[in-house]
Every structure is written in structure tokens, then in C-alpha cells.
Design a protein around this ligand. Structure first.
Ligand SMILES: Nc1ncnc2c1ncn2[C@@H]1O[C@H](COP(=O)(O)OP(=O)(O)O)[C@@H](O)[C@H]1O
Ligand SMILES: [Mg+2]
Length: 273
């Protein structure tokens, strides 16, 4: 069986270290791993939205998770920027290094499906809960193992934009961390690596080295926006059969080698290693 690695990098991390990350992916590919890489790109979407005269909006859930609010207009920019600009930048960097990489979205071949969040509960500026029209973000419902396997048989790396095919036949904005979890769990990947712009999960000024899934879930309510979601997704992936999840820095040289060697925060079934 081929060894698979699911890697996600946030937009900020990717923008500041595209070459470092691409080089690192090319090395693990040469080590014999099949890599599924999910990219963020929120800052780029924000930039091009503003250029097109659309002011982006963000909402906060009662659990403290912050997300982009995707209006119909914003969805159009989101698709252009994520599936086009950001995705092709990553694919270019990989192919340029000799990696046989294919860039797709979750829409292509029905790889990732989602249901549109018709209504969402948000916490407004005054801290009050409100129900609003959900816009065009989706909750992932299905990842096609067959499509994944066929693509991984043909390519060394897949670069996937966080867009899923919605239940109403429209592409939807889905969260990159959630997509990475869903794909890793479906593949029962050897590892899920969430690369970000901090060294790992920080508690009392120090990086936490290792957590069990239930410890990660507990800790999620005590860390800030961005990191809480990563902890939840990492915990879920390990519970569902991924060998190990790592939350680590995507900055600097060869971030994947460092993450695989044990830097950052590891979420493992039994926290004795
Ligand atoms: N306890 C914590 N430890 C580490 N980072 C945290 C913590 N609480 C909040 N964060 C924030 O989470 C961010 C990473 O999440 P996010 O901004 O969503 O990045 P990404 O684009 O990689 O998904 C960090 O930049 C940091 O500011
Ligand atoms: Mg994030």
C-alpha cells in the first residue's frame, strides 16, 4: 500500500513560504509518499474582493470559531482566487520541482460534497446570538474514496482548493482544515499535517508537544480562533483512523521534515511517545 500524507497550509503561511513548502513536499514525494495538499488563501480572497468592490465579512460562531461569510458575489471571487490563482501558484511551484502534481477543487469529479449551511448562528458585536441566512459556505458530507484513489494512482501530489460541490449543485466555500480532516479520514492517511504560522498549540507560552484526541478536544475551548478548529479537526481525524495529526509551523526550511520528526503539537491515540 502506498503511504499517504495529507497536508494543509493556511494562506498566510503559504504566501510567505511557498517555495519552502513546495520544496518540502517535493522531498516527501521523493521519499515515496503520495501527498494531498489542501491550501487556504483567505487573505488573497479578501484582497481581490476589495479590488472588485466587495467588502468581506466575517462571522463568529457561539463556539468562538471565526469564518468568512460568503455572499453570492463573494463566492464568485472565492472560486476565482482559490481554484485559479492560489491553486495554480502551488501547482506551478511543485511541477517546477519535478513533482507530477494535479490541481483540482472538491467539485472536480465530485471529489468532495457538502451541504449548504442554510442558516447559521452567529454571535454579534454585543455578544448576542443571532440566526442569519447562511450564504455559500458548506459543511462537508462526503469525500469520494474512489476519485481520490484514481487521482493518487495517476499523480504524485494533488493540490486541492477548499471548494466543495454543494447539495444544490453550486460550488461552496468549505473550511480548509475541515477539508484536510475529511480527506485524511477518508484515506486513513498515515499523517495529517496542519501547517500554520505558529510553532504549534501554545499554552502558557509553551508549545504543547503531544495530546490525545480527547485532550485536544478539551483544549480547543481554551485556545483562540483559528487554533481551536485545528485541534478539533486533528482530534477527529485521529479518532477516525488517521495515524497521527500534527499542528506545526509551515515557515522556514523543510517544514514537513520538521513536523514529521516531532516538532509542533502531535495528536496521537496514546500520548506516551
Ligand atoms: N493557543 C494558541 N496557540 C497557538 N496559536 C493560537 C492559539 N490561539 C490562537 N491562535 C492563533 O491561531 C492562528 C492559526 O490559525 P489561523 O489564523 O486560522 O491560521 P491558518 O491560516 O493556518 O488556518 C495563529 O496564528 C494564532 O494567532
Ligand atoms: Mg484557519
Amino acid at each position: 500500500m502506498t503511504r499517504s500524507l495529507v497536508v494543509k497550509a493556511g494562506g498566510r503561511t503559504l504566501t510567505s513560504n511557498l517555495d519552502g513548502i513546495a520544496e518540502s513536499i517535493s522531498r516527501v514525494v521523493r521519499m515515496g509518499f503520495k501527498v494531498v495538499f489542501i491550501h487556504g488563501g483567505g487573505d488573497e480572497v479578501t484582497k481581490y474582493s476589495r479590488m472588485m468592490g466587495i467588502e468581506p465579512m466575517f462571522v463568529v460562531s457561539p463556539g468562538g470559531v471565526k469564518s468568512r461569510y460568503t455572499s453570492w458575489e463573494e463566492l464568485q471571487v472565492y472560486i476565482m482566487v482559490m481554484a485559479g490563482l492560489v491553486n495554480k501558484r502551488v501547482v506551478s511551484a511543485l511541477v517546477n520541482r519535478g513533482v507530477n502534481a494535479l490541481g483540482v477543487t472538491g467539485v472536480d469529479a465530485g471529489l468532495v460534497k457538502a451541504v449548504r449551511k442554510k442558516r447559521i448562528i452567529i454571535v454579534d458585536e454585543r455578544g448576542r446570538k443571532r440566526v442569519i441566512e447562511g450564504g455559500y459556505t458548506g459543511k462537508i458530507t462526503e469525500v469520494s474514496l474512489e476519485v481520490l484513489q484514481r487521482l493518487l494512482a495517476a499523480f504524485e501530489a494533488l493540490v486541492i482548493a477548499p471548494i466543495a460541490l454543494g447539495d444544490e449543485g453550486v460550488p461552496l466555500n468549505v473550511d480548509g482544515d475541515q477539508m484536510a480532516y475529511a480527506i485524511a479520514a477518508r484515506l486513513k492517511a498515515e499523517k495529517l499535517v496542519l501547517l500554520t504560522d505558529v510553532e504549534g498549540v501554545i499554552v502558557d507560552g509553551k508549545v504543547v508537544n503531544v495530546l490525545t484526541p480527547s485532550q485536544a478536544e478539551d483544549l480547543a475551548s481554551r485556545v483562540g480562533a483559528g487554533m481551536n478548529r485545528k485541534l478539533l479537526m486533528a482530534a477527529k481525524s485521529v479518532k477516525e483512523g488517521v495515524g497521527e495529526a500534527v499542528i506545526a509551523s509551515g515557515l522556514g526550511e523543510d517544514p514537513l521534515a520538521k513536523a514529521l520528526k516531532g516538532s509542533g503539537t502531535r495528536i496521537v491515540k496514546a500520548a506516551n511517545t
